[in-house]
Design a protein around this ligand. Structure first.
Ligand code: SF4
Ligand code: FES
Length: 218
């Protein structure tokens, strides 16, 4: 029987740090492992945690680029671990850091949820309808133009991974920065006919309106 071909050896270097511990200091740990066909960074990290270091912390839920949990900095660029193929790194060396701008929980695990919650409140990411119209839940929902429904659906595709925020240094200088994810939320309610906030302002006025709101919240 022919011997199975071995995969190449890869090195994954992770910045480990536990901000909850009084004795922990940020330090890199190198893990060497064999690459398997189609291996993603998520699979590699799971293997490391199962076989070498049960203490390694990182986040994931869906493993399919949907939940937005697994963002981390890979060789200097924020990326989703579950959508990162090891084969795309021909040198076989990956250095991982937690995404900046978010609260660090431990190692590669960060609290994007806390930031997203505060951003949602800042841009009032919900339907606003002050008409005080009673909602009759026994009736069918109001029909929405399919083109408008498509636009809303497209803008709802943001998975709130935080990569756009971590990719931009502005957040580190201005804590009120809402980033592309925040602008996307504004656009989502702008196109939704259920939202009765003033529409059809020129783009400059919309940006100025948003700026004034954010300044008022400082
Ligand atoms: S807009 Fe930002 S948070 Fe939303 S999916 Fe894109 S990179 Fe992720
Ligand atoms: S684990 Fe859900 S996006 Fe990567």
């Amino acid at each position: 029987m022919s011997e199975q071909k071995k995969g190449r050896e890869i090195t994954i270097s992770v910045l480990k740090f536990n901000p909850q511990s009084k004795i922990s200091k940020p330090h890199y740990v190198d893990y060497k492992l064999e690459e398997t066909p189609g291996m993603t960074l998520f699979i590699a990290l799971t293997k490391i945690r199962e076989e070498y270091d049960p203490d390694l912390s990182f986040d994931f839920v869906c493993r399919a680029g949907i939940c937005g949990s697994c963002g981390m900095v890979v060789n200097g660029k924020p990326a989703l671990a579950c959508r990162t193929l090891i084969a795309n790194y021909p040198e076989g060396k990956l250095t991982l850091l937690p995404m900046p701008a978010f609260e660090l929980i431990k190692d590669l695990s960060i609290n994007t949820g806390k930031w997203m919650d505060s951003m949602s409140k800042r841009v009032e990411s919900w339907i606003v309808d002050n008409s005080e119209k009673e909602v009759d839940i026994s009736k069918l929902e109001e029909r929405v133009d399919p083109d408008i429904a498509d636009q809303t659906f497209e803008l709802d595709r943001c998975i709130e991974c935080g990569i756009c925020v971590a990719s931009c240094g502005t957040m580190l200088m201005r804590p009120n920065f809402v980033g592309p994810v925040g602008m996307n939320r504004v656009a989502r309610f702008e196109v939704d006919p259920h939202d009765k906030r003033p529409k059809h302002l020129p783009l400059q006025n919309k940006i100025a309106y948003l700026r004034r709101k954010l300044v008022a919240l400082r």
